[in-house]
Each structure stands twice: as structure tokens, then as C-alpha cells.
Ligand binder design. Structure first.
Ligand code: SF4
Length: 249
């Protein structure tokens, strides 16, 4: 059964949440002309944000991180977005030399060996490319939602990251049913892995399907203790390193 058939459900306030998300995006475009980017993970939430940006012709760039470890189904969404919405997706890749050196030293499966090595891999493949995406930008947009896990329970519609950039989270108050209701109603393209019980999709070695009743993000870095998860992209507060990106983060 498809994810839309399984999860889409219109609940009270859905239209208001869509309008609010649009208003947040309009504010991002108006307050940061030419200096705001949607950092898309190509997950379900981020596909909605790209749809809203394109549908309402908002002046917000769309960028993604090609870590070199994504599923083919995820990578295929980049040309799908470009042809569906006639917009160019900025693609940021890791520095090849850094990847080669890391893999030569630590092996292809280093992420399973320790939290430190996993974070080292994320630093090279995600954080550094993300810092290039955000360079010269004063704001960015993510698909983070409060419901995604307890750790994200305080997600605001906008907040400042550790570099003083504004991070907009237009879907902060959306439910999983809202996400799929919007996708179904607007025929938004999405990753077919969502149809195979992958709610949160990241790099292939670090993502698995989840079972009924499991937390949304339990399919990410599942071999690690809960407190170690996150890749540094969405850290905020005084000890933040980089603060960044959507649900594949
Ligand atoms: S999610 Fe996994 S494969 Fe991707 S950058 Fe992080 S450790 Fe490496």
C-alpha cells in the first residue's frame, strides 16, 4: 500500500497549517531577498516545501547535499524536481579528497565502528558541503517538524542558528497525516522508499525501514544510543556547531 493511502488524512486545521507554512515561506523570501535557500533532504516534508516554493514562485533557492551515499531512489528526485517545477536544484558534494582519505584510513563501514567515526563521515559528507550551501546566505529553510521525535519537540517556525542566520521551519506544526494529505492532494513527487516504511530517509548505510509503533527517526543510525543521533545539521543553542538541514539529516 502506498504511503499516501496509508497516512493521508485531513484533520481539523489542515488548510490553516498550509496557509501558515506558505506565510512563513513568503516571509523568508521577503526578509532575505536573494539570500535564502531551502536545504532539502528530498524527504516527504522537503518535497512539500519545494512544491510550495515553486507553486507560489517564491524567491527561495533550492539546494541539496549529494553525500555520495544516497539511495538511487533519492538521487532520482533531483531531476524529477527540475523537470516537474522547471527550477534548478543546487547540488553540493563532499570534497573528493576528504572522502578518499577518510575511507582509506577508516574503511567503507566506519560509521558502524563508533559514534566518533560516524560523525566524522557526516562532517565530511554533510556539514562541510552544507557550509558551502549556506555561505553568503542569511537564511535557510528546513522541513523539520515538532512531531518527528522528542528531540525536535520545540521546533519553532523561525529561529536563529549559531551563525546568526535565520532558520525557517514552515512545517513545524504539521502532523505526519498533514504531510501525506498535502502530497496526495497536490500530487507531489516523493521518494518511493516512503512506500516501504522508511519515514526518514538519509544515506543508504544509515537508514532502515521501521516497524509499526517505532519512533519516526528510529530507522536512522539505529545502532547508536538515542542521545548520539543527529548529525550536527540541526543542532541549535549555545553549543551548536553548524545548525542545518531537513529530514535526511
Ligand atoms: S549519514 Fe551515514 S553515510 Fe551519510 S554522511 Fe552520515 S555517517 Fe556518512
Amino acid at each position: 500500500m502506498s504511503a499516501t493511502a496509508l497516512y493521508a488524512r485531513e484533520t481539523p486545521g489542515f488548510e490553516a497549517r498550509v496557509q501558515n507554512a506558505l506565510a512563513v515561506l513568503q516571509r523568508a523570501a521577503a526578509e532575505h531577498p536573494g539570500r535564502v535557500v531551502q536545504a532539502t533532504s528530498l524527504g516527504a516534508e522537503d518535497m512539500i516545501i519545494t512544491d510550495l516554493i515553486a507553486r507560489h514562485r517564491l524567491a527561495i533557492a533550492v539546494g541539496t547535499l549529494q553525500t555520495g551515499m544516497l539511495h538511487a531512489e533519492t538521487t532520482a528526485l533531483i531531476p524529477a524536481i527540475e523537470s516537474r517545477y522547471a527550477l534548478a536544484v543546487e547540488v553540493y558534494e563532499p570534497v573528493n579528497e576528504s572522502v578518499v582519505t577518510f575511507v582509506r584510513k577508516n574503511g567503507e563501514r566506519a560509521m558502524y565502528d563508533s559514534v566518533e567515526l560516524r560523525k566524522g563521515c557526516c562532517a565530511i559528507r554533510k556539514l562541510e558541503p552544507l557550509s558551502r550551501m549556506l555561505k553568503d546566505r542569511s537564511a535557510w529553510v528546513t522541513g523539520m517538524r515538532r512531531e518527528q521525535s522528542n528531540d525536535r519537540g520545540t521546533v519553532a517556525f523561525s529561529e536563529l542558528d549559531d551563525k546568526g542566520r535565520t532558520k525557517f521551519n514552515p512545517l513545524a506544526d504539521w502532523s505526519w497525516a498533514d504531510v501525506w494529505q498535502y502530497i496526495a492532494s497536490n500530487d507531489v513527487p516523493y521518494n518511493p522508499l516512503h512506500d516501504q516504511f522508511f519515514p526518514s530517509i538519509g544515506c543508504a548505510p544509515c537508514t532502515r525501514a521501521i516497524a509499526v509503533g517505532e519512533d519516526f527517526r528510529s530507522g536512522r543510525w539505529w545502532w547508536e544510543a538515542e542521545g548520539a543521533k543527529e548529525c550536527g545539521l540541526h543542532v541549535h543553542g549555545a553549543d551548536a556547531q553548524v545548525s542545518m538541514i531537513g529530514s535526511h539529516a
